[in-house]
Design a binder for this molecule. Structure first.
Ligand SMILES: Nc1ncnc2c1ncn2[C@@H]1O[C@H](COP(=O)(O)OP(=O)(O)OP(=O)(O)O)[C@@H](O)[C@H]1O
Ligand SMILES: [Mg+2]
Length: 326
């Protein structure tokens, strides 16, 4: 069974999907057998980045409309793609027994792979947290924007508050050089260490490179389209760092069961399910739930902006004073 790693972020648009694709291909070029799984149920786009159109998805397997073998797409770049969900179909709740039977079936889809890289949606209130809780390794993408930093911290905080015990690492995205990438890492890691008592590892930086946009437009992965570009080098370095890490134990049945659950819930007409900081789902009307989420996000953003400002001041003055408990 493969090593399972999910890539996520607090704020959207930081480069997760391109990371999964290009780091996945880099690993495959280093002779790993890699599968990339598109679990961004709202905006699945690994297929678009690859210029392919899946006939069936995991959701179709769940609905009994496709066989497992039908959904694994061999790409031209040595990685296999598993499309998660088209988000267009109605799905009734599955019973525990049906989920159990499905898990037994779908877990084999990755049995031959060394590494399963999972692309997820961003954010703390998208139902993705409950899925991430079952993933042994979570990589958080963070850009230099203050909201990206604060949202990344919020995401890690929610994971920890819910008892996450896997490995958390991050990459800095769209940075101009490695010093800038490292500065982002210092901010996140010192905040997580200080206020959450949680170590966050650093995988490296992905430089800002306009060649990525060109590769996206051409629907060819950057690492293939521009193999000697700065950004391709970044992806390769990160792939090497990943290879150097030791494996984290995985509960495969739990992982697949949570993925099936996420697809089941994500395929319905959208109702928002809040994940609050103490891990309780919101009760009451949808309006209340949405208000709670918005309030919580506003509060969190406010607190985190203060936190980031404080850490920046601390780093600037190299002071060692302790900040307010968050
Ligand atoms: N390192 C980079 N250099 C230049 N542009 C980048 C970089 N990373 C991302 N981008 C730009 O951001 C766009 C979004 O990237 P991508 O789809 O990988 O982000 P994402 O985090 O998966 O987004 P979402 O949260 O919507 O799923 C790319 O199409 C590209 O234009
Ligand atoms: Mg994406």
């Amino acid at each position: 069974m493969p090593r399972v790693v999910a890539v996520t972020s607090g704020k959207g648009g930081v480069g997760k999907s391109n990371f999964v694709l290009n780091v996945g291909i880099s690993l495959a070029m280093m002779d790993s057998r890699v599968q990339i799984l598109d679990a961004d149920l709202g905006l699945a786009n690994l297929d678009v980045l690859l210029g392919i159109r899946p006939h069936s998805t995991l959701e179709d397997v769940m609905l009994g409309r496709a066989d497992l073998d039908d959904i694994v797409i061999k790409t031209d770049y040595k990685v296999n793609l598993i499309p998660g969900c088209s988000g267009t179909q109605d799905m009734a709740d599955l019973s525990q027994e049906q989920i159990y039977n499905l898990v037994k079936k779908v877990r084999n889809v990755s049995s031959q792979a060394d590494c399963l890289l999972v692309d997820t949606a961003s954010g703390i209130s998208t139902g993705v947290i409950s899925f991430l809780m079952a993933v042994p390794e979570v990589i958080v993408g963070v850009s230099h924007e203050p909201t990206s930093l604060t949202d990344a911290y919020a995401l890690i905080k929610v994971l920890k508050k819910n008892g996450y015990s896997g490995r958390i690492t991050m990459f800095s995205s769209m940075v101009k050089n490695s010093a800038a990438g490292h500065a982002i890492y210092k901010k996140i890691s010192s905040a997580c260490q200080r206020f959450l008592d949680t170590p966050v590892g650093f995988l490296g930086s992905v430089y800002y490179d306009e060649k990525l946009s060109r590769a996206v437009t051409d629907q060819v992965p950057a690492i293939v389209r521009f193999p000697t570009s700065n950004i391709s080098r970044c992806y390769r370095v990160i792939a090497l760092t990943l290879l150097g890490q030791n494996n984290v134990e995985t509960d495969y049945d739990k992982f697949w069961a949570r993925l099936i659950n996420m697809i089941m819930k994500g395929s319905r007409p959208k109702t928002v399910k809040a994940v609050s900081f103490n891990g309780n789902s919101g009760n009451g009307s949808i309006e209340n739930t949405i208000h709670n989420i918005l309030d919580e996000q506003r509060r969190t953003r406010f607190l985190l902006e203060r936190l980031v400002a404080k850490i920046e001041r601390d780093v600037d003055s190299s002071g060692s004073s302790r900040g307010p408990a968050m």
